[in-house]
Design a protein around this ligand. Structure first.
Ligand code: FES
Length: 271
């Protein structure tokens, strides 16, 4: 729904996005309930078929040889649609100016190039060149992991007034689990939750590990990818620490991209 107009949005086999009013021009049935074959959308009611990009009718199954209706003159309402920055941008023209040309889709502001290849494209024309640059730098520096003993966990402070003995009870039963814990990140989370209104919640979208077993069956960082540090946030650790301060944290799939590794965390004061 955009500006009160129901839309059906799709992408055809050529990769072009399209947007049609989600109402068949015949009897108004929602086209989104119909069938899309990669080119055309077929209305679920009487089977009229419309090309996705232009909305032009391609077939009306009930027509006989005696019918005079010109199928190609029937159109479902279509709107200019452009895909940019991972979003479909649909332009709804002013009803008074139906033939107005759609302006180009806006560019989303970028605070910085996402990858090294975006920073200096003349030196790093491909992502693979940038990745190999970092590999060479790291091997030239001879960086190696160093493990530093923390000492007794019940004395080591992970955050102000909170000792690390919580880690021991957390990882019990998970075997050899290793993860990165940032005192800075834990501290800032624990300083933020008490600011919540008693009925409010803190919502955060990130790469969360939501079950410690995930550390044992796939990469969860820390690691470096083309200059970016990839590190999943230890959700169960946040749950355990927040729990000690009287807050409840729960995780759910990220609504806007449910197949991505992103998860949504909601923290709120415990009842
Ligand atoms: S309502 Fe769509 S074909 Fe009749």
């Amino acid at each position: 729904m955009l500006l009160g107009i129901p839309l059906v949005i799709g992408r055809n086999v050529k990769g072009d996005g399209f947007a049609l009013r989600d109402a068949c021009p015949h009897r108004g049935m929602p086209l989104s309930e119909g069938v899309f074959d990669g080119h055309n959308v077929e209305c679920p009611y009487h089977g009229w078929v419309f090309e996705g990009k232009t909305g032009q009718c391609q077939a009306i199954p009930s027509l006989t040889a005696r019918d005079k209706l010109k199928v190609e003159r029937v159109f479902a309402t279509s709107f200019p649609c452009d895909e940019r920055d991972g979003y479909f941008w649909v332009y709804i023209p002013d009803p008074e100016q139906r033939n107005e040309k759609a302006p180009p889709a806006p560019r989303l502001p970028r605070l910085r190039p996402r990858l090294l290849s975006g920073t200096m494209p003349e030196c790093f024309p491909y992502e693979s060149v940038a990745t190999s640059f970092w590999q060479q730098i790291l091997s030239a520096l001879r960086l190696a992991e160093r493990y530093v003993p923390l000492g007794p966990l019940d004395l080591y402070e992970v955050a102000d007034g909170m000792h690390a003995e919580v880690l021991g009870s957390l990882v019990d039963g998970y075997g050899d689990v290793r993860f990165h814990a940032s005192n800075g990140a834990i501290g800032s989370f624990l300083e933020t939750v008490p600011l919540l209104h008693p009925l409010g919640s803190l919502v955060s979208h990130d790469l969360f590990v939501t079950d410690l077993a995930q550390y044992g069956c796939g990469f969860r960082g820390p690691g470096k990818y083309d200059g970016s540090v990839v590190n999943w946030v230890n959700g169960p650790l946040l749950q355990a620490l927040a729990g000690r301060r009287g807050f409840h944290v729960e995780f759910s799939p990220f609504d806007h991209a449910s197949r991505s590794p992103i998860a949504t965390a909601r923290a709120r004061a415990r009842d």
